[in-house]
Design a protein around this ligand. Sequence first.
Ligand code: ARG
Length: 592
Amino acid sequence: MAPVTSLTASVHQRLASALSAVLPETDADPLLRRSDRADYQANGILALAKKAKTNPRDLAAQVVAQVTTGDVIKEVEVSGPGFLNITIADRAITENLAARAADPEGRLGVPFAEHPGTTVIDYAQPNVAKEMHVGHLRSAVIGDAMVKLLEFTGENVVRRHHIGDWGTQFGMLIQYLDEHPHELDHKADTGDTAASGQEAMSNLDRLYKAARKLFDSDEEFKTRARRRVVDLQAGEPRTRELWQRFVDESKIYFYSVFEKLDMEIRDEDIVGESGYNDMLAETCRLLEEAGVAVRSEGALCVFFDDIKGPDGKPVPLIVQKSDGGYGYAATDLSAIRDRVFNLKANTILYVVDARQALHFRMVFETARRAGWLGDDVKAHQLAFGTVLGKDGKPFKTREGETVRLVDLLDEAIDRATAVVREKDTQGQLSEEEIAERGAQVGIGAVKYADLSTSASRDYKFDLDQMVSLNGDTSVYLQYAYARIQSILRKAGDHRPAAHPELELAEAERALGLHLDAFAETVHEAAAEYAPHKLAAYLYQLATLYTGFYDKCPVLKAESPAQVENRLFLCDITARTLHQGMALLGIRTPERL
Ligand code: ARG
């Protein structure tokens, strides 16, 4: 009994069959929408009447006569030039919510997708030996939400963290480490993830700067460093071993940041650029043999009719440079082969900065020409915009440097902790609880600000706004959740039962109909790669709940049955908020 048919789906089905009873040869869409005037409005009749060359109001009246009413639909009437206004029976609303609440799998009646497939998702891909900055935030946050949303709909999801762990800069780093072997040594391990992460990063940073300095000033070191690049590609054991130390050191740091972000990243899902090294030559050979790539001035290139530079000359995708080296494109094309032929992806989703859009357009088109992508395997870039400072310019520190992600997260946590402390006027929370909630509120605020704007748009990183208790913020949602929990505790912490026999107040109906739309919203957000649609839904849910709470006394309702039914509405609202926020990767503390 798990999946619950939504009221929207029931109404749709009843209207569609009424329509086909009147106009048998059309399979017409009634175009059903939620509406302010009635519960739903159907606008589809106007266009159908035009096609059938009849009067829309007459047609509407004929349809109304065919609609089954009494159970789900209480009333249907013609309005305006030929719209249908539909009112749902109170009983149907409550019974529908009761079925959602009773879902034994705890999925609130959300069905699985009819035809799930395999999606490989490429997200959270920082670069080895480099600090993570605000640009890496979006890929991680949006990617994590997409993983959760897709898995919730039943999709088989394979995660890939395509970290930047390969390239010529490693020659310089490895050579320097070989000559200064203790540069990556750790002080005693304190068991503190954040501290070891920071130590790892400062070691790497110091080494990077020192190596760079030597590389730029010492010709002989430069020569030795270049030789190391060749050794690395050839898999020379000592060189590989030193390279591995950089990767391991960086992972200590990455994990500390992902932990702060309250995000699970698994080692087996980290397959960086180096992981495709053995495929590069073959990828080039296949492209050249198929005639997809051609030699041009020594380099192996793919050309596109519609991609030209400012000078009007075609800009090619370079898969192999004239010196024989492979770059970012060859790696991405090899990764596509791996994802299609080994991981059996139906969809490959790239959560990557919009500024890489041209690269992916060229890579996808090349893979399509090679026959690796096609009708049954699609690639899509979930391209995200830039994080801006309060001034509306790309986010930088006062000194003009890129902002370190950890600094930003720490500041968000500090601000949120202050808010939690301030709100705890009764002094009920211990210091430890304040710190824990502060982290959940602060990280939630950062994630929500990112997820509540559509990914393609730039947004301003404004902590004052993000931790505000009013408006479209995660804090507002978290407080709504915690307030409901406190009411439920006051009522004695039992699972309240629904009372479908009761009439509902306007605010209860509005809340109930919105709760009914959860499943459709989740599916839409997953299918359209649009977590912001879920965020908007949750915000509206909290707003409707506030409206209900203001107008409908819960514990002081008229009868014991009504108290119970309103507690039931509180409970299912809380569970929907909790589930929805969890899909966005955001915690909902029980008390705040
Ligand atoms: N490491 C890259 C960066 O920091 C992102 C990698 C994106 N994924 C990919 N398959 N190219 O910009």
